[in-house]
Design a protein around this ligand. Structure first.
Ligand code: SAM
Length: 246
């Protein structure tokens, strides 16, 4: 079902994202990456990252650190090789990201690796990553606990887990407005722009089924992460959860 939904939405993914969030998804992803504090030489895994949106931001952040370091006469060159792995279960979504990488002049960039794979059974080694991100991806997996266990397994000690996801609005009045928007406007937008009401109906329903902020934070802690916290953005329309593997 999820495979079919993302195969259907892949071609209209960018325009629908911008329309549905009024462009805010860009700021939310910026915030996610600023919380990650990327560094040159890091090994990072972006799961459900088909579009490359998060990976491109991480690379840009590391490039700007390198540019600043090059202007510093005392810099050591920061030559360590950065590796950003983008893992997604859906080849159509990965193709969207690869195409965008080419458009950005990153088609041959050795720091970027595209991997088709399932968040619930990652092909990466234990303790191999400095960072792990998942943006708007965990809501659609079958077993959230397995994804969190895998995130914990692949991270090194000191590695950071970050999850950006549509979440739950509890602010009265805003909640009612948001419910109307998501249940009525989004499926209609899906129909008008992408010719696919059903997939967008499914995506909205999956937001309601996703655990509320506190519950999700306790699931992250149960997977073995420490210092678990979350930040609500736009009153909880989205939340960024984070945890450390210590
Ligand atoms: N992270 C990107 C972004 O924020 O633009 C894409 C988010 S998109 C809403 C959700 C992605 O999750 C899709 O590309 C889908 O193929 C992927 N996905 C769903 N289930 C997955 C799984 N079990 N393992 C890996 N990726 C999965």
């Amino acid at each position: 079902m999820v495979g079919k939904v993302f195969s259907n939405v892949a071609s209209n993914y960018d325009i629908m994202n911008d329309l549905m969030s009024a462009g805010l998804h860009r700021l939310w992803k910026d915030r996610l990456v600023s919380k990650l504090s990327p560094f040159p030489g890091m090994k990072h895994l972006d799961v459900a990252g088909g579009t490359g949106d998060v990976a491109f931001r991480i690379l840009e952040s590391i490039s700007s650190i390198r540019r600043r370091a090059l202007q510093d006469p005392l810099n050591d060159g920061l030559q360590e090789e950065t590796q950003i792995y983008v893992c997604d279960i859906n080849p159509n979504m990965l193709n969207v990201g690869k195409k965008r990488a080419v458009e950005r002049g990153l088609g041959e960039d050795k720091s970027l690796t595209w991997v088709q794979g399932d968040a619930e059974v990652l092909s990466f080694g234990d303790n191999s990553m400095d960072g792990y991100t998942i943006a708007f991806g965990i809501r659609n997996v079958t077993h959230i606990e397995k994804v969190l266990d895998e995130a914990n397994r692949v991270l090194k000690r000191g590695g950071r887990f970050l999850c950006l996801e549509l979440s739950h609005v509890e602010v009265p009045v805003f909640k009612e407005l948001y419910d109307f928007y998501s249940f009525s406007v989004i499926p209609q937008l899906g129909e008008l722009v992408a010719g696919d009401r059903e997939s967008y109906q499914y995506l909205v329903e999956s937001i309601r089924r996703f655990p509320p902020q506190e519950k999700f934070a306790s699931m992250i802690a149960e997977a073995g992460f420490q210092k678990v916290e979350y930040e609500n953005l736009v009153g909880g329309v989205v939340a960024i959860h984070s945890g450390l593997k210590i």
